[in-house]
Each structure stands twice: as C-alpha cells, then as structure tokens.
Design a protein around this ligand. Structure first.
Ligand SMILES: C[S@@+](CC[C@H](N)C(=O)[O-])C[C@H]1O[C@@H](n2cnc3c(N)ncnc32)[C@H](O)[C@@H]1O
Length: 196
C-alpha cells in the first residue's frame, strides 16, 4: 500500500512539473503573439554593436521596448555601465528578467516593468532600444517623438522609421540610430548625404 502511494505521488509530482513547464512555455509564446511581436531575441554581438553605435554611456538610462529574455538589459548594464529598464508584456519574460538581473548582481541597475510599451513613461530615457516589426515601428514613431527628451537616441534593429533620417546606420548588421527630435527624411536621404 505504502509503495503504491509513493509511486502515485512521484507520478503526480512529475505530471505537475511538466504541466507547469507546458503552461510557462505556452505563455512565453502566446502573450507576445497576441501583441503581434514574437519573442525572438537579438544576437549578443548585434546588441553590443547597436549600443556602441548609439553611443550609450555609463549611467545613462536605456529602455528596451519589449525586453524578451533581458539580454539587452544585461549587456547595457554589464558592458556599458548603463541603468537599464525593460518594458515587457509577457509575464514569464518579466519573471526571467528579474531572476537574471538578480542572479548576475544587477538588481540595482536593471528594472523590469510588466506592461505595454505604447503606454510606458519614457521621459527619462537617454537611449531606447527596439527590435520590432515595421508595423510596430510605425505605431511607435509619434509616441516616441512626444515622449522622448531632446538628444535621446532611438536604436532600432532591422526596421527603420520611414519618415526619419538616421543619424547613424550600420549596413552590415542593419542597425538604425535616430536622434530626437528626428530629422525629416529617410534612409535614402542619409545614404545620399554620406555617399559624397
Ligand atoms: C523580438 S522580441 C525582442 C526581445 C529583446 N528586445 C531582444 O532584442 O532580444 C520582442 C519582445 O517584445 C515583447 N512585446 C511585444 N509587444 C509588446 C508590447 N506592446 N509591449 C511590451 N512588450 C511587447 C514580446 O513579448 C517580446 O518579448
């Protein structure tokens, strides 16, 4: 009888454990998908290049809009000495960011806020990092223009702001940097000026 109870408890434990893993994985995928932006991370080297191109300085405040697993925040504070804030809609992603920041000893330099970046207060940002689709970038353009202070930089991976002229551009890694207030123009006007 005792053996039967022990075996049932072990089975129940494993079943509960795998059910929990399954629910967490489902939330990890489904919540971002509902907001139209999949949870695909940027490669670490590309993040470092992007933060260099944006000229991120120690103690500046960086926001990652849609912070995913928190890698941008860890690189911004660990390698650049910045204060990093992640805005993230996925609750599992937020929990993971908090755990990673704490485990790496950056809990005083990294903050994570659970919410929609389209409602976030970004007024103290020096640099805003974005890895989003062209549609999301379109939605964000006027919001960033209203929220960000003069001199703040927006660094976008892969997707450009069609009506803004970049202040810096990395052709190899497809990284666009814009300075606020953004100059009217486009990537084409930037390339034309810089080809001379
Ligand atoms: C492409 S991943 C980028 C992750 C990280 N920034 C990086 O570069 O590795 C996009 C992230 O944005 C989050 N996201 C999507 N829509 C959002 C929204 N409206 N507000 C906040 N986060 C959002 C997703 O949950 C996902 O983790």
């Amino acid at each position: 009888m005792f053996r039967v109870i022990t075996i049932s408890m072990i089975i129940l434990f494993f079943f509960g454990f795998f059910l929990l893993l399954f629910i967490l994985a489902l939330l990890w995928i489904l919540v971002p998908a509902l907001y139209g932006l999949p949870s695909i991370p940027t490669k670490s080297e590309r993040i470092r290049n992007a933060l260099k191109l944006a000229n991120l300085q120690p103690n500046e405040v960086l926001y990652d809009l849609g912070a995913g697993d928190g890698r941008v925040l860890l690189i911004a504070s660990g390698k650049f000495g910045a204060k990093a804030v992640g805005i993230e809609i996925g609750p599992v992603q937020c929990a993971l960011i908090w755990l990673r920041a704490t485990a790496n000893g950056f809990s005083d330099k990294i903050q994570v806020r659970w919410g929609n970046y389209l409602n976030a207060d970004l007024r103290d940002a020096d640099v805003v990092f974005l890895y989003a689709t062209s549609q999301e970038v379109l939605k964000l353009a006027s919001y960033l223009e209203k929220q960000l202070k003069q001199g703040a930089r927006v660094v976008s991976i892969s997707a450009d702001f069609h009506e803004w002229e970049p202040s810096n551009f990395d052709e190899h890694d497809l990284i666009f940097v814009y300075e606020i207030p953004p100059k009217k123009g486009s990537l084409a006007t930037y390339l034309l000026k810089n080809s001379k």
